[in-house]
Design a protein around this ligand. Sequence first.
Ligand code: NAD
Length: 424
Amino acid sequence: MKTGASPTILTNALANFDRAADLLKGQFGADLLAVLREPKERIELSMGPQGKDGSLRRVRGFIVRHNDALGPSKGGIRMSEAVTLDDITGLAMEMTWKCALIGVPFGGGKSGIVADARSINPFDKETIIRSFARNAHRHISPQVYVPAPDMGTNERDMGHLKDAIAFSQGVATTRGCYVTGKPVILGGIPGRREATGRGVVVCALKALQVHGIDPCKATAIVQGFGNVGAASATLFAEAGVKVIAASDITGAVFKADGLNVPALHKHASSAGGIHGYKAPGVKTIDGQAMLELPCDVLIPAASANQITIDNAKNIRAKMIIEGANGPTSVAADEILAGREIPIYPDILANAGGVFVSYLEYTQETQAEQMSEEAVRDRLTRRMQERFDAVCQTARDRKLSLRDAAMVLAVKTVCEALEAKGRLP
Ligand code: NAD
């Protein structure tokens, strides 16, 4: 049975910010820190795309730009029936910190489209994305807000978005980068698709090293088998880490001596999910119970608030690497800290996607082409460098990894605001 008031993405984001602001109050004025507690802009859209059956449907959309002290707001488009303006506000805020922490010249933003990405047919999804592009075009530009994929949207959708913007401008292609995470053939960058998962795994391998665990003897559990989860599982298996369990919204599977990740991926791609995967030694398990199985590394890579006051006391992972945004509630953070289970926070662990988005942005601005090898190399180096910076700050200031990451990020944004000056 669930206990207590349910945390939300926004309440968690604000609580994490408030602790960082408190730690920085000797360095920056309360007025400056108060500015960062609020989003700069929250836009609500009411769209009327025409479905395949000819009917008009009302679809709500949101765009939030939390901050742009460091550059244009950056953040993905979430498509889900349950997404709210407050969720998008919390996620936009997290993007501000993530961009600052990983060291890219972007501010934080996020968009939401209220639609069920899983059940919608491809024609209607394309129409909704094009409708979003038409309705949101005043807010999307290389200098203002640059979207990307998030839960429920993918590379294909970003191709439609770019095309819709180019079409409305009456040109064959946009000039400068209006959207990242596009297909490579439309100006995307090789390696973006798995960039977030790759960053998660770079972080996890560094964390295993810190804890003196040999990756070839390590076990991992991955919740969520979409863009981030499937790429993380695949790259773990390539690094010799045994992925003993994985789940998605359709089901969860377990194999004590390690799942065959490529076979599971193939099944999930053709069957529309993990449900129904069968192989010798593979057991079907409960997705929530999976989070409490013993393992070295637990990767929540699905939705927010999966590790809460209700299950934190039962978690038996040696460490948690947050692939998803906001998967751990504030109350669970405290319980896990008491149990000395380290959490490598989302703004560090899943920042590989936005880092490679920055490479895509610069590639398009400069009309260059980067090789996949160069992308991987830069991503790995940046993740390792920022991982070390967060661990060092945590040690020096005796902070949790989340608070250390937040302090570094909020400090950077405050410095940018101060450098810009105070006049409106
Ligand atoms: P996605 O839509 O590609 O995949 C989401 C996966 O989670 C699906 O497999 C879905 O079935 C599964 N899922 C949803 N609810 C679940 C539940 N209750 N239990 C188990 N599985 C569940 O989304 P994604 O892009 O992989 O994003 C996943 C998370 O990572 C989100 O929190 C997102 O904000 C975050 N993130 C994504 C990126 C990116 O580049 N795509 C970057 C940074 C952070």
